[in-house]
Design a protein around this ligand. Structure first.
Ligand code: AMP
Ligand code: MG
Length: 334
């Protein structure tokens, strides 16, 4: 009897060793780019795939960050109003997409919001701007005054003081590009996390234990949505990725903010007023195949609230609002 017990114990240890040997070993690479931490995890494929993704995101950072010296965006910002600035086709396409999303959301998403962002100065010494400062710069915030010339690939600002900032769309765009790079390198299962912009590709390979339990070798990825009022990492809801790629993009007022005179001010601005929207929304999550759209939409819907959902028709799988009242409002594609 004693020997039987030993035999079971030895068998159990062997199974654990065997199972851990068979468990897939993901590879991860992280960096700080686009003003946020980015991480790429692949469940198949090589280190070169990871390096290629980080190189692509670095290029996007260098070309499209308004704060990187001599980026394409910095060059547009430096040019005087009325001067046509030549840009790369990649930059032009992203600007076109940003403009289309501004039109769909009637300007709730607007990359020309930068002069107002500079007044709030979230990356420096944040402060509530004076009403006179806001009203002086609001005429420069209007995507319709940024003219894109398709044929010549030029961009012209037609308002004094106009500046652009792709911070509300660049991370989603980078995630879409990263997904393409992974595909080119033959990676089939991966998770990208670019500061609140998560994209899952394929499925999660499961351990031998899960395989025995479920009879399946993979399981869908699940992405946790931060509970806005709680400590970082506390999840309010889990989105199961039923599409691939699956972008789960969240805009939250808790991401970057400061307190002045007892009031919290966050980094998403209504381009019409130059101030934070007062709609009781704490976060918006957009689930879609296209992370670029999901990124711009999450920012726009943070401004518009649930009333804006009809403007996102055809572009999302699911939209989840978390409200100040502790409610969760979910909209699913029809
Ligand atoms: P996100 O975290 O994607 O919602 O983007 C927030 C960032 O986008 C801010 O840090 C600003 O750089 C920029 N931003 C703020 N408000 C807007 C807006 N209404 N439309 C476009 N970009 C915005
Ligand atoms: Mg966004």
């Amino acid at each position: 009897m004693k020997y039987v017990k030993y035999a079971f114990a030895v068998a159990a240890v062997l199974i654990v060793i065997f199972a851990s040997a068979l468990s897939p070993k993901p590879k991860t690479k992280s960096d700080f780019l686009l003003d946020t931490y980015i991480s790429v995890t692949i469940y198949d494929g090589t280190e070169e795939a990871l390096d290629a993704v980080v190189a692509k995101v670095r290029q996007i950072h260098e070309d499209f960050s308004a704060y990187a010296a001599d980026s394409e965006v910095a060059n547009i910002n430096k040019a005087p109003a009325g001067e046509a600035v030549f840009v790369s086709s990649e930059c032009f396409s992203l600007l076109e997409k940003a403009q289309a999303l501004s039109e769909m959301t009637e300007g709730a998403f607007d990359i020309t919001v930068k002069p107002i962002m500079d007044l709030w100065d979230f990356s420096g010494t944040p402060k509530v701007p004076e009403e006179t400062e806001l009203s002086a710069l609001l005429p420069a915030v209007d995507y319709r005054k940024l003219i894109l010339d398709e044929e010549n690939k030029t961009v012209t600002k037609t308002a004094e003081h106009m500046q652009i900032d792709l911070g509300g769309i660049a991370k989603g765009y980078a995630a879409d590009c990263a997904a393409i790079v992974l595909k080119e390198h033959g990676v089939e299962n991966a998770v990208l996390d670019f500061g609140g912009n998560v994209v899952t590709i394929g499925a999660r390979p499961v351990s031998l234990w899960e395989r025995i339990k479920t009879g399946k070798s993979t399981a869908p990825f699940a992405v946790g949505i931060q509970s806005p009022g709680e400590a970082r990492g506390i999840v309010a809801e889990r989105v199961v990725a039923t599409i691939s790629p699956c972008a789960v993009v969240t805009s939250g007022g808790y991401e970057r903010n400061f307190t002045q005179d007892g009031k919290i001010y966050h980094h998403i601005i209504d381009p019409k007023t130059g101030r934070q929207p007062e709609n009781g929304i704490l976060s918006v999550t957009v689930v879609a195949t296209d992370a670029t759209c999901a990124d711009a939409l999450s920012t726009a819907l943070f401004v518009l609230g649930p009333e804006g959902v009809s403007r996102a028709e055809g572009l999302y799988e699911k939209i989840i609002f978390m409200t100040e009242q502790g409610e969760m409002k979910t909209y699913t594609k029809e």
